[in-house]
Write a protein that binds this ligand. Structure first.
Ligand code: RUG
Length: 833
């Protein structure tokens, strides 16, 4: 308020208030101005990168003008806001999305062309914002797009990593990690040096009596690190709403190095404090579905939770409401357990700083938080060692113990005869060292817990969180099946398909209400429409083929069946099953007569994905894929009938090229292991069919598009435990087709067999935990069915169109509305005035 211009002087301001460009000419004006002034370049010195920067700055002006208005509108209306806390936001590129969302891509295309640039080349200059590992981070990004599109007052809070997910290079078939320094030339963020928060670590807790004689606690000493806000505007599609993503960056609290040390010539130690502080937001941990328990990661988590909560509370306090109204104004969603410390931090602030009683504070806390679980994999469930937490966050550990004590007391009262339940549900695991179970903390501190697909949410209730269902009743647990934003994953990634759909449906309204796609079914038998559909798929395949040629040197036949598996490399996602299937196919082709070969449906097997740097088995899988590619792609016996491609450095912008180009994609996790999966939705929405197990959202995709339009195979989730049990007791027989594949590997067909022995022996000798052998026969037979179906072009097209028409359910907008109704209790803002 102190910084606002006095009422009587505002006319002068308003006269010069920034305006938005609305057409090609105005865009050109802004573009040239930015190139000449902001970038200090000229018409004699303007390359594609400068054209990109100028275009981005022109669009950024527009976004920030709407961002300012949105913030004013939301402050004025003062409705309940959503705060989405996520350690990962996998945004990808921004410019194309911004152009489409504000509806000015055509103006930009024409304007750029007037100056001699192709819009696609300009868009391709942008570096992906890759602040995430995979599905979890991409879901957060889809949420932001959808919440803005639907006019929800919403903020994302995350960390501004200096290094995003590493860049992957393939050297001699091995993954090599290269740092991703993405911040050079990033026009999309606004540093807010005036918005800082001091964050405390270490130190100790003093107990004292306050004036009223009550026992109180203060957290003292330790070290302070400063959090600085960086804001990223998030435009909605076809709406004025432009929300905010606030990312925190860390800095030493003094902001300077120690001058005394500097003067004494101790240069290194003079900057050491500063570097140590900056390390907190330096790197994204490159693990997907795997927790490592490193102290720096815990520091990141607390740093980000504390800064975000401080900010949220500061905003709430401006409204001068009573604390009891906090949950009516604030909904905080925890994306996985990574932000679970926010629960403890809010309780700490309320009792230690604001003087509320424990129960009153705890009621506020639990009404405020919702927790989304994304996995049942034990290795992904976060646990923090008690000694580590004691050292780093001594007061928080005390509060966790108190939360646990009150919780266990209530459990004991309800189940007086069940001693075991107490140790099963305790937040503290009685191991050596003791561990804090973050998922339990998140459940106890939230009013709703949701899984991300039906099967996953059911498994949570019947296995992992079974005791908590008994304690709290089933209503605390719910399901919200994931979705994807059709803006990026259809309109932006596949503009021609989007345009064809718009032509048939009469408008682009389906981008705001994806259920309108169902009207496409009426055109399934329309021959001209089918042809156009086929032409678009072919062009998308050609685009991918060009990318493959440019990046790998391999030529691929666009008439072949493009079979794609792109996602993080993980044993549970079973890229090993796929590459074994490819080897099986290769061996079969090699054994064929010339006559038999004529009947083979040509295939390109395309892989992409990163392995966590410390995940040896995942790296071995990448190595095998590349070695198989080396052999198969050069084998004259095979020619065009089979090609194997590994696309290095899979990321969001590559996904935008790959998804529209698939004929079939693979979602083949061991049943019961994949939370939801979201690339399955992206591929189907782009007219690709899928082969998959009965896992995650594949099940609901099947329900929506019908069994005729999907290739399902493999054991069911309910049989997995029994099979593993049998393997464990020695009841295991390697599938004979898989045995032939293993023999080829052991004959050094793909290089030194020793390189792959860990992989084969995990199946043959160590229990085949992921059921690769059990599912192998069903997998290869289903692929034969895929080949057969692909030969019937007309039927294949009908399946493709029908599936797209039935994908309305998987819009992120449906997801966002479900969270808003059943978890957040938040209404969209009226933006019509
Ligand atoms: O593995 C899951 C995916 O199945 C899911 O679609 C995605 C979004 O909900 O989250 C992924 N995930 C789970 N990423 N990290 C975890 C565990 O921390």
């Amino acid at each position: 308020v102190e910084a606002s211009i006095p009422e009587e002087l505002r006319e002068a301001w308003k006269k010069h208030s920034a305006t938005e460009f609305k057409n090609k000419d105005e865009f050109e004006r802004d573009l040239v101005r930015h190139i000449e002034t902001t970038l200090a370049r000229s018409m004699y010195n303007c390359d594609e990168l400068a054209a990109y920067s100028g275009t981005a700055l022109a669009f950024r002006d527009r976004l920030i003008i709407e961002w300012n208005k949105t913030q004013q509108r939301q402050t004025f209306k003062d409705q309940k806001r959503i705060y989405y806390l996520s350690l990962e936001f996998l945004m990808g590129r921004t410019l194309d999305n911004a152009m489409l969302n504000v509806g000015l891509k055509d103006a930009a295309r024409d304007g750029l062309s007037d100056l001699g640039f192709q819009i696609e080349d300009v868009i391709n200059q942008e570096h992906d914002a890759a602040l995430g590992n995979g599905g979890l981070g991409r879901l957060a990004a889809c949420f932001l797009d959808s919440m803005a599109t639907l006019n929800y007052p919403a903020w994302g809070y995350g960390l501004r990593y200096r290094y995003g997910i590493f860049k992957q290079e393939i050297v001699n078939g091995y993954q090599v990690e290269v740092p991703d320094y993405w911040l050079d030339n990033n026009p999309w963020e606004f540093p807010r040096h005036e918005i800082t928060v001091d964050i405390q670590f270490y130190g100790n807790v003093k107990k004292y009596q306050d004036e009223s004689g009550k026992i109180a606690h203060s957290w003292e000493d330790g070290e302070i690190v400063q959090a600085i806000a960086y804001d990223v505007p998030i435009p909605g599609y076809g709406t004025k709403t432009t929300n905010n993503l606030r990312l925190w960056s860390s800095k030493a609290s003094s902001g300077e190095f120690d001058f005394q040390k500097f003067n004494a010539g101790e240069y290194e130690s003079a900057v050491a404090d500063q570097q140590r502080a900056e390390t907190i937001s330096a790197v994204l941990y490159p693990n997907d579905n795997l927790e490592q328990g490193k102290e720096l990661r815990l520091k990141q988590q607390y740093f980000w939770c504390a800064a975000s909560l401080f900010d949220i509370i500061r905003r709430f306090k401006k409204t001068k409401r009573a604390w009891g109204e906090f949950p009516d104004q604030v909904a905080i969603q925890l994306n996985d357990t990574h932000p679970a410390l926010a629960i403890v931090e809010l309780q700490r602030i309320l009792i230690d700083k604001e003087g509320l009683e424990w129960d009153e504070a705890w009621t506020i806390v639990t009404k405020t938080f919702g927790y989304t679980n994304h996995t049942v994999l034990p290795e992904a469930l976060e646990k923090w060692s008690v000694p580590l937490m004691q050292n780093l966050l001594p007061r928080h550990l005390q509060i966790i113990y108190d939360i646990n004590m009150f919780f266990l007391q209530s459990v004991e009262k309800r189940f007086p005869n069940d001693r075991d339940i107490l140790s099963r549900v305790s937040i503290i695991e009685e191991s050596h060292p003791k561990m804090v179970r973050m998922a339990y903390l998140a459940i106890i501190g939230s009013h709703k817990v949701n899984g991300v697909a039906e099967l996953h949410s059911d498994l949570l209730k019947t296995t992992l969180f079974k005791d908590f269902v008994k304690i709290y009743g089933p209503d605390r647990f719910t399901n919200v099946t994931n979705g994807i934003t059709p803006r990026r994953w259809l309109h932006q990634a596949n503009p021609r398909l989007s345009a064809l759909i718009a032509e048939k449906l009469g408008s682009y309204d389906f981008l705001r209400d994806l259920t309108l796609l169902d009207k496409l079914e009426a055109f399934v038998d329309d021959k001209a429409f089918r042809e156009e559909w086929a032409v678009i798929k072919r062009e998308n395949k050609l685009r991918l083929a060009r990318h493959i040629k440019a990046t790998t040197g391999y030529d691929v036949n666009p008439n072949a069946l493009f079979d794609v598996q792109v996602k993080r490399i993980h044993e549970y996602k079973r890229q090993q099953l796929n590459i074994f299937g490819v080897i099986h196919r290769y061996l079969s082709i090699k054994a064929m007569s010339a006559e038999e070969k004529k009947k083979v449906v040509p295939r390109v097997s395309i892989f992409g994905g990163k392995a966590a740097p410390g995940y040896w088995m995942a790296k071995t899988i990448i190595h095998l894929i590349n070695k198989v590619a080396d052999v198969v792609n050069k084998d004259p016996d095979v020619g065009d009938l089979l090609k194997v491609i590994f696309i290095a450095d899979y990321n969001v912008s590559k996904a935008e090229i790959i998804c529209p180009a698939s004929d079939i994609s693979e979602h083949i996790s061991t049943a019961g292991t994949e939370g939801s999966g979201t690339s399955n939705m992206k591929f189907v929405l782009n007219g690709g069919l899928i082969i998959g197990t009965c896992d995650g959202a594949n099940i609901e995709i099947t329900r929506e598009i019908s069994e005729q339009n999907i290739f399902l195979f493999g054991n069911l989730a309910e049989d997995v435990e029994e099979l593993r049990h049998r393997h464990f007791y020695g009841d295991f027989k390697l599938d004979p087709h898989l045995e032939r594949v293993f023999n080829a590997i052991k004959d050094n067909m793909f290089g030194d067999k020793a390189d792959f022995s860990a992989l084969t022996s995990s199946i043959e000798d160590h229990g085949d935990y992921y059921l690769v052998s059990d599912d192998f026969n069903s997998y290869i037979t289903t692929h034969e069915m895929v080949d057969e179906a692909f030969q019937n072009k007309e039927e294949w097209l009908a399946k493709s169109i029908t599936s797209v028409a039935r994908m309305g359910f998987f819009s992120m907008d449906r997801v966002t509305n479900e969270y808003a109704d059943s978890i957040w209790n938040v209404e969209p803002l009226d933006v019509t005035d």
